[in-house]
Design a protein around this ligand. Structure first.
Ligand code: HEC
Ligand code: HEC
Length: 207
């Protein structure tokens, strides 16, 4: 009886230690692969422009899905159109394997989330705050835009403003994986571009 408990404890400890080692290694690899990304996404994922998303501290599940959806997949030797539209990222992700992408997601998600310090248009922020659709957004994204319980719902509180607006237009115009989790964003199809611009500015202002 005692022996089996000791064996069991030992096995659990062994699994726990070796998975920590794998995690740490993945994190280190992710940092290395991510060096290239820092010219745009910042040293630890805090973006350097208002049209580039911050990715440091973003939820890991969301980062993995969004990167894999932007990576063109090859089926029967033919390159397929990526499920998620992007101007640049589809070109870069061609050069990374799925494991490398997962390692980068692991590293970036473990960095702190740094809200943008880009100067915002206060008039638009106020319009966004007064939007009749705001409660719908916060029911999923959280009142501060940073729902931390559902890791498939991205952080948007403090995200860069122009990027947020473009992202909303992509959901509205079916440019993101329409049969995946993007379905949850269908609400934006009923909202005018002007109001989406204001909502983007408002969420960008949250801390
Ligand atoms: C030349 C600038 C540039 C470089 C370098 C770059 N990115 Fe991006 N990234 C962008 C832009 C711009 C977008 C918005 C999508 C688009 O239009 O391509 C983006 C989008 C993303 C997103 C989606 C974020 C979200 O909120 O959905 C992720 C994740 C990402 N990049 C990760 C990376 C990683 C990892 C690397 C390095 C392998 C990298 N990027 C290199 C500019 C860049
Ligand atoms: C039913 C839940 C739900 C509602 C309601 C919702 N969202 Fe989302 N939102 C999501 C999910 C899930 C994703 C990620 C989808 C994907 O994987 O592409 C997302 C993605 C986003 C993104 C993309 C972020 C990025 O980094 O690329 C933005 C911006 C956004 N939502 C803003 C809003 C706004 C503004 C509203 C209100 C008009 C709203 N959402 C309503 C669940 C929701």
């Amino acid at each position: 009886m005692h022996k089996s408990i000791i064996k069991f404890t030992f096995a659990v400890l062994l699994i726990a230690t070796s998975s920590n080692v794998v995690m740490a290694q993945e994190n280190e690899d992710g940092r290395r692969y991510g060096n290239f990304c820092s010219s745009c996404h910042g040293t630890a994922g805090a973006a350097v422009s208002d049209a580039i998303p911050s990715i440091g501290g973003q939820h890991k599940d969301f980062l993995i899905t969004s990167m894999l959806e932007m990576k063109p997949q090859v089926v029967d030797g033919k390159e397929q159109a990526p499920k998620r539209y992007s101007t640049l990222m589809q070109i870069f992700f061609k050069g990374y394997s799925e494991d490398e992408i997962k390692a980068m997601a692991d590293w970036y998600s473990s960095r702190p989330w740094v809200p943008t310090n880009y100067p915002l248009n206060q008039d638009l922020v106020n319009k966004g705050k007064a939007s009749a659709n705001l409660d719908t957004c916060t029911s999923c994204h959280g009142t501060d835009g940073n729902n931390i319980e559902d890791t498939g719902i991205p952080r948007i509180g403090g995200q860069t403003p122009t990027y947020l607006y473009h992202a909303l237009l992509e959901y509205k115009n079916n440019k993101r994986n329409a049969d995946g989790r993007a379905l949850e964003m269908d609400v934006v199809k009923e909202i005018s571009d002007e109001e989406l611009r204001a909502l983007a500015e408002y969420f960008s202002s949250l801390r």
